[in-house]
Design a binder for this molecule. Structure first.
Ligand SMILES: [Mg+2]
Length: 239
C-alpha cells in the first residue's frame, strides 16, 4: 500500500523558508527523450576518438551510466585533461538532453507558488549547472533560482553528492539555517547529503523503483511523495 504523507506536509511547509531542489527527478526527467544509455554510447565514442577507450573495463564499456564512468575516471586520473575533457563532453550531452527533458508534473507551479509566498530556492545537482540553467530558462523558471544553481564542477568531481558540498554552498549563499530548509530529492545520495547538513528531506518517487530506492536508503515512508500535487496543495493552503 502506498502511504500518502498529506497530514505531515502542512507542518513541513510551515517550517520551510529555503528549499534545496535536486534537478533530475524532482524538476524534470532529464533523460526522458535522450537517454542515459545514448549518452553512455556517445561517451565511449568520445574516448575512442581520443584514443583512450582502452582505459575502459568491459563493464564500463557497456555501462548505461555516463556519470559512473566519469566518477571512476575522476578517481583514477584526478584533475587530468582526460577528465576535464570527458566532463565537458558530458555537459554537452546534458545540454542536448535538457532540450528534450520532461517536466515533473506540478513542479513548475509549485516553484512559482512557493516563491510568490516568500520561499527562496536553490538547485543542488550533480548535473551541469549550464544544462540546468538552460532548462529552467526554457520553462520561465530561471529567475526563481538565480543565482542559486550549484552543480558539477569539472575540477571538483569529488564534491558530487552524496558529498554535501553543493548543499553547504547553497545554505551559505542564501544565509539559510538548516532547520528552516528542506531538500527535495529522488535518490539515496540526495538523502545522505541532506542528513550530513541537517536539512529535512522529502523524497520524490516517480515510480515504485525510485520509492524502493528511497525506502532502502531509510527515508521514512511518510517523507516520500509519489506526486508533488499534495505539496502544492499544502503550499497554497498556507497563504
Ligand atoms: Mg535526481
Amino acid at each position: 500500500m502506498v502511504t500518502h504523507p498529506i497530514e505531515s506536509l502542512p507542518k513541513q511547509v510551515a517550517l520551510t523558508r529555503h528549499i534545496l531542489f535536486d534537478f533530475d527527478g524532482p524538476i524534470c526527467r532529464l533523460f526522458a527523450g535522450y537517454s542515459a544509455a545514448d549518452i553512455a554510447q556517445a561517451q565511449v565514442k568520445w574516448l575512442e576518438v581520443h584514443g583512450r577507450d582502452g582505459l575502459l573495463t568491459e563493464q564500463e564499456r557497456f555501462s548505461p551510466d555516463p556519470h559512473g564512468v566519469l566518477g571512476t575516471f575522476a578517481k583514477r586520473y584526478p584533475g587530468s585533461d582526460l577528465v576535464i575533457g570527458l566532463e565537458e563532453h558530458l555537459t554537452q550531452q546534458e545540454l542536448l538532453a535538457a532540450k528534450y527533458a520532461y517536466p515533473t508534473p506540478f513542479v513548475d507551479v509549485l516553484i512559482q507558488t512557493w516563491v510568490a509566498v516568500g520561499a527562496r530556492m536553490a538547485i543542488v545537482t550533480n548535473n551541469s549547472p549550464r544544462a540546468v540553467a538552460d532548462y529552467l530558462g526554457g520553462r520561465g523558471l530561471l529567475s526563481c533560482f538565480t543565482p542559486h544553481i550549484y552543480g558539477r564542477v569539472a575540477q571538483e568531481l569529488h564534491h558530487l553528492k552524496p558529498h554535501p558540498e553543493t548543499l553547504n554552498r547553497a545554505l551559505r549563499a542564501m544565509g539559510a539555517a538548516p532547520a528552516s530548509s528542506l531538500m527535495i530529492g529522488d535518490s539515496e545520495s540526495d538523502y545522505i547529503a541532506a542528513r550530513a547538513v541537517g536539512v529535512r528531506f522529502l523524497g520524490y518517487a516517480r515510480n515504485p523503483r525510485k520509492r524502493q530506492e528511497l525506502l532502502d536508503a531509510k527515508v521514512r515512508p511518510e517523507n516520500i511523495l509519489d506526486s508533488l500535487e499534495p505539496l502544492l496543495t499544502a503550499v497554497r493552503a498556507q497563504r
